[in-house]
Design a protein around this ligand. Structure first.
Ligand SMILES: NC(=O)c1ccc[n+]([C@@H]2O[C@H](COP(=O)([O-])OP(=O)(O)OC[C@H]3O[C@@H](n4cnc5c(N)ncnc54)[C@H](O)[C@@H]3O)[C@@H](O)[C@H]2O)c1
Length: 311
């Protein structure tokens, strides 16, 4: 039985689990190249695998057709938008993910972006490094309203952090948030329109799918306060990037801080990147030692649970 492990984070933090797989009799192909695999390398290393633990490589119909032995594919993370789940399941392949593994890391990153925005942190550091002693006037986040769209693992962690900092938190999720949960997290449940119209910060934490693609476009941005700051640490494409560039240029909203982009890395001449009130980190919200360790453990447990019987 062969297991292919593509994430570099697994090689860095999960050698004990690789040894465990080997002790249990599995052949393990893991990524010690220090780089992410290209599509060709992904196909080459996954050839004849019974199980795959993958990063963000595209596992589409072509991939599943090329790997008829495959029984199980597990995302080393949470978002499975790089995997054609329906096609995989149609071929009898189990699709797993490490739910909750990186929720604290991503929530901390979202809060870091909000604090950076409120204190003009990037511009202040940049100007000083450029030799300009220029003061920017910021604002406190105490008492400000944070609208969270998607109240799952990350949304809940973010609510906890925001409440600790004295913010007013309102939330929306398609899965109804009951009174007990709202009370536990000290949040108020709101409609999407209430979130758009009253929030000082809006942070999205929904998966990317047909329903959420471009769910925040110009119509929604026009409902927001012109002081509103949009945070996206979920997936590129949930917030319409063309509309955002118009909204930022025309002052419809104040700023946007993203960790994710529709094309990663982005095309460097994108209109949005030229906006001085748009800030982007390179999809690194979940890149922490703790999140990697969680993913190593969870993906191993799921893999052994799924393939163990076949040893
Ligand atoms: N930047 C990063 O490195 C990074 C890391 C981890 C996760 N993510 C992204 O964050 C997303 C959320 O992660 P999570 O762990 O909180 O997932 P989760 O499954 O725990 O929560 C997602 C929540 O979104 C809700 N939802 C789905 N569709 C919705 C809609 N149309 N409107 C409102 N709510 C909706 C779901 O009911 C669920 O409660 C992931 O799908 C992933 O794409 C990004």
């Amino acid at each position: 039985m062969k297991i292919t492990i593509t994430p570099r984070g697994f090689t860095k933090n999960g050698m004990d689990y690789i040894r465990l797989f080997k002790e249990k009799g599995y052949e393990v192909d893991y990524n010690d190249s220090g780089k992410s695999y290209t599509r060709e390398q992904f196909f080459e290393h996954c050839k004849d695998a019974d199980g795959v633990i993958c990063a963000s490589e595209k596992a589409d119909s072509e991939f599943f057709d090329a790997n008829p032995k495959l029984r199980c594919i597990i995302k080393f993370g949470v978002g499975v938008d790089n995997i054609d789940v329906e096609y995989a399941q149609g071929k009898g392949v189990f699709v797993g993910r490490c739910a909750g593994s990186n929720s604290r890391s991503v929530a901390e990153h979202a809060m870091t972006l909000m604090l950076a925005a409120s204190k003009n942190l990037y511009d202040g550091i940049h100007e000083t490094k450029e030799g300009n002693w220029k003061k920017f006037s910021g604002f406190e986040i105490l008492g400000k309203t944070l609208g969270i769209i998607g109240f799952g693992a990350i949304g809940k962690q973010l609510a906890n952090i925001a409440k600790g900092l004295g913010m007013n938190v309102i939330c929306y999720d398609t899965f109804p948030i009951n009174n007990e949960t709202a009370k536990e997290y000290k949040v108020n449940v709101a409609s999407l329109d209430e979130i758009y119209e009253t929030s000082d910060f809006i942070s999205v934490h929904v998966p990317l799918n047909d329903e959420t693609r471009n769910m925040i476009s110009l119509t929604e941005m026009k409902k927001m306060k012109d002081s509103c700051i949009l945070i996206n640490t979920a997936r590129g494409g949930i917030i319409d990037e063309d509309a955002l560039s118009v909204a930022l240029k025309e002052g419809i909203i104040k700023a946007a801080y993203f960790d994710v982009f529709t094309s990663e890395p982005p095309k460097w001449d994108e209109e949005l990147l030229k906006c001085e009130n748009f800030y982007l980190t390179p999809h690194m919200a979940a890149s922490t030692k703790e999140a990697d360790i969680n993913c190593c453990r969870m993906s191993t447990e799921i893999m052994l649970d799924r393939l163990g019987d076949y040893l």
